[in-house]
Structure formats: C-alpha cells, structure tokens
Design a binder for this molecule. Structure first.
Ligand SMILES: [Zn+2]
Length: 488
C-alpha cells in the first residue's frame, strides 16, 4: 500500500493539530486496518479500512448542551455575594452557634452551603444526598489550636447499578483569608478565592440535579466544597484520603480555584487555565522506569483528563475554552487537586487566565490609589458562569459515558511496524475508539472507531505515536481514554 506514515507524523509535528494543508494527505496516507479478534490475517493485510477522523472534531449530546445553558450568572452572583456576607470564612474563624446565628464566620458559611444543597435536592425530588465530612485538624503552623474542619458535599447517585460506583467530582474551597492567614476575624471576602470555585460547584449541583430527571446519568457525580485550603489543603487532604481508603472509583476531580475572571488589564475571558500534573505525585520508582521507557511523561491520568476537558470545550459552547497548562500548578502556589493527585486520582485545576495579586490574600484597603482585597466587584460573573458550564458539561459527559476500557494492552512480542491493541469490554459500551497522536503533539490527533470486538490492528507504528483507547456508548458518550501497557 502507498503508506506514508513518516510524512503523516512529521506533517503534524509541533502543533496540537495538523493544519488544513496537511489534513487531507494525512487522512489518505493513514489508511487503517481494523479487525475483530477472529479476522483472518489475509483479510487484515488486504483491508486498509476507513480513514481515521480528526480527534478535534466536535461531538455533543444535545441534552447536555441544553442542561449547561441553564447555568446562571445571576445565581452565581448571588452565591458569591452571600459567601462574602459571612465576613471572614477563614478555617480558624468562628463556628459557634451564636456566630452561625449572626451569619458570621466559616460555621455560618458551612450551614448555608449545606442548606443550598438541600434546597436543590428538594427541587429534584430528593435526588441529592447532602453530606458532611467532619474531622479535627491538630494544631500546626497555620492552625493555632485543634480545629474542626467540615467539607460539605452533595452526591447525585448514578442510575445504573453497574456504573454507579464510578464518580466524577467538582470542588472549590469555601474558606477564605486576608493578608494574615492567622486572622480569623477581620474582613476576608474571598469573592474570587474561592467564592468563585464554590459557586461553580453549587451551580453545577443545581443545574445537573435539575437535568438528572431527563438525562439519567449512569455514573455518580459529587459536588464538593472543602475548607482548610488556605491553612494547608487540610479539607481536601482528608476527603481524598477517605476516598482512597474507601476504594472509591474516583475517575475525575475538577478543582476550581480563582475562576472569577478578575476584571482588570491583561485578562483574557476567552480562556480558563487548566493545570495538570505530568509525573504523578503518587508515582513509585517502578512507575518511573516504565514512564521513562515508554515516553509516558505527558500521559498521566490527570493529563488525559485535561485532554478530555479540551474535547468537551470543543464540543460544547461553554463560552470559555480550557487553556491546557502541562504543569501541576502556578509558581509559589498550590491547590486542592494536589491532595487528590497524592492519593493517585486524576485531578486538575481551573484558574482564570491572569490573576491580580492585589485582589487575593489581601486586607481590604486602599493604598497609593490602589484598591486591595478580594471583593465581588472584581469578579466577572458571566465568566464564572462560563467556567461553570465547562465544568458541568465535563461532569455530565463523564457521568453519561461507559467505564473506560480495562486492561488495555499493546502487543509487543514481535518487531513489527503495525500496532495491535487489546482490552476488556466495558459495561454499556457500544463501540470503542482508538485515539493517537505524534509523540511531540500535545493533544490527540486521530481517532478510529472499532465497532465490534475488543481488539484493533492499525497500520500505524507504535514506535512513532502514543495510543489511547476509549469506550463509547450507543448515544456517542466517550469515556476517558486509557493508554495501553506493552505486553509481550
Ligand atoms: Zn484558593
């Protein structure tokens, strides 16, 4: 066959996607042969199969598209202003009954968030289980005395008994701080950091619980708000450890922290940064050897999640696109996704394009004509709504999809230029898709459907590309892709 794999690979080198100039010859050149397990070798050699599609082609579920349109910038404004009204939501601020009654301190914020989740649940006929995860954090550098910390969350249980143990989770931290992380009394509005992320989690809960009657998500979605972030990620650490100890099948964690789109010079409201770790925090020495040998430095499960969100961003009109940053977090900063990464979960961080450091971790004041403080007036509520739409679409897509294929293997027993992949069937999968990209491309470039069986043979050399396999249901919902392990 007139197979020009090398030109196809170099044609797209250096960019995420092949240009239009390259697309046509690439599609012609990259003819594939796909085969069911019992397909004769003879037929395989003759069948060049359909041309692969571009992985960047959008695909949307119209019901999910309709659901995310219900995200309201006005609701988000109300949520953020309510959170700010608690004056100071520091983890070490008041949580006694009198303060809760007076509407001041983190205890009042906690009770209000809980009541909000309960209100959404009432509106969907009790579809949400509203829960708290409470523990006492011992004293430490940023915790002057043992302090009760409470994470508040709502569970939208999956409708399919075979899939309900799979979980997609969105989180934001509802604690706040001012210039002094040990000051639990003076104003610490935390409108952007992280009223915005808390509002994203709440708004996703409101909209998706409402949509759940019609959409019937087979897998579970958890809407989480944590405390303790500013004192050392205490809340998320406890929650992630609980998830690990209880063996949760947590497939995706979306952490929203500072997604307010600070109104100021240099802001780009068309994008939201999406940070993902490369080498996983939970990596052990044996993994490093394998990653080094396979060139798997950019294929952590968190990075596959970020590519999945990029795909969602192309498929749904959220109003904002994820800007993939291949790095755990910004310099000198950290966030709750890291707590989940440490426990081996796929977790990513959404943050606005350009932060204004005068408007976070600052006492509210004016100095030399500069306004300091994390106030609602610096938050772009439309922007937060766009980020919430992107989150809601991702959660809905993941919870609608079949489980990712298990035990994905790449046959490497002989030296050969083709590639054979095998995997185990996923519940509710109607088909599978093999995706691949050049080793130096950031995102998946090509996709080939495997309509029957759990094996694919492709006329593409495994030496030159990175492969992934994902499950697809009858309605076209895609699972997260799984990168194959070599098998001899
Ligand atoms: Zn934060």
């Amino acid at each position: 066959m007139a197979y020009q794999e090398n030109s196809a690979i170099t044609g797209s080198a250096g960019s995420g996607y092949p240009s239009a100039r390259f697309a046509a010859p690439v599609l012609v050149a990259l003819a594939l042969a796909l085969c069911a397990p019992l397909c004769p070798a003879q037929e395989m050699a003759q069948d060049q199969g359909p041309a692969p599609r571009l992985a960047s082609d959008p695909h949307a579920d119209s019901h999910i598209a309709e659901a995310i349109r219900q995200v309201s910038a006005e609701r988000i404004r109300q949520t953020i202003e309510k959170l700010v009204s608690f004056q100071n939501r520091s983890t070490i601020s008041a949580q006694d009954d009198a303060s809760i009654k007076a509407g001041k301190g983190i205890g009042a914020a906690r009770e209000w968030i809980k009541a909000e989740f309960e209100r959404y649940s009432k509106e969907c006929g009790g579809c949400l289980e509203v829960k708290t995860d409470t523990f006492t954090e011992p004293s430490g550098e940023r915790i002057p005395k043992p302090t009760v910390i409470t994470n508040v969350y709502a569970v939208l249980r999956g409708t399919d008994p075979k899939q309900a143990d799979r979980i997609a989770l969105v989180t934001g931290h509802y604690d706040s701080r001012n210039s002094d992380t040990l000051n639990g009394t003076d104003s610490a509005p935390g409108a952007n950091d992280d009223g915005s992320g808390t509002a994203v989690s709440l708004e996703c809960a409101r909209v998706l619980s409402k949509a759940a009657g019609q959409l019937k998500f087979p897998a579970t979605i958890i809407f989480l708000t944590v405390a303790g972030e500013e004192q050392g990620l205490n809340g998320s650490k406890h929650f992630a450890q609980m998830a690990k100890q209880q063996g949760w099948k947590l497939e995706a964690v979306l952490n929203n922290d500072i997604v307010g789109g600070n109104v100021g010079p240099g802001q780009d409201t068309n994008v939201v940064r999406l940070f993902s770790e490369g080498l996983p925090a939970a990596t052990i020495e044996a993994d490093i050897k394998r990653i080094r040998a396979l060139g798997g430095e950019s294929d952590s499960i968190s990075r596959e999640l970020s590519r999945y969100i990029a795909d969602v961003g192309r498929s749904y009109d959220a109003g904002v696109k994820p800007l993939l940053i291949f790095r755990l977090d910004r310099f000198l900063r950290g966030g709750d996704h890291y707590s989940f990464n440490q426990q081996g979960f796929a977790a990513v961080r959404f943050t606005e394009f350009r932060e204004d450091f005068n408007h976070q971790h600052q006492n509210v004041r004016s100095e030399s004509g500069i306004e300091y403080g994390d106030l609602p007036k610096f938050v772009d509520f439309d922007y937060v709504a766009h980020v919430a739409r992107l989150n809601a679409a991702t959660l809905a897509a993941l919870a609608s999809a079949p489980a990712p294929p298990a035990n994905v293997k790449m046959v490497t027993k002989d030296l050969e230029n083709d590639t054979t992949l095998t995997w185990e069937p996923s519940a509710d999968a109607a088909a599978y898709e093999v995706v691949w990209r050049s080793t130096n491309a950031a995102d998946w470039e090509y996709v080939q459907t495997v309509s029957s069986g759990t094996r694919a043979s492709l006329k593409v050399s495994k030496d030159n590309v990175i492969f992934g396999v994902r499950a697809v249901d009858a309605a076209g919902h895609r699972s997260l892709p799984v990168v194959p392990e070599p098998e001899r």
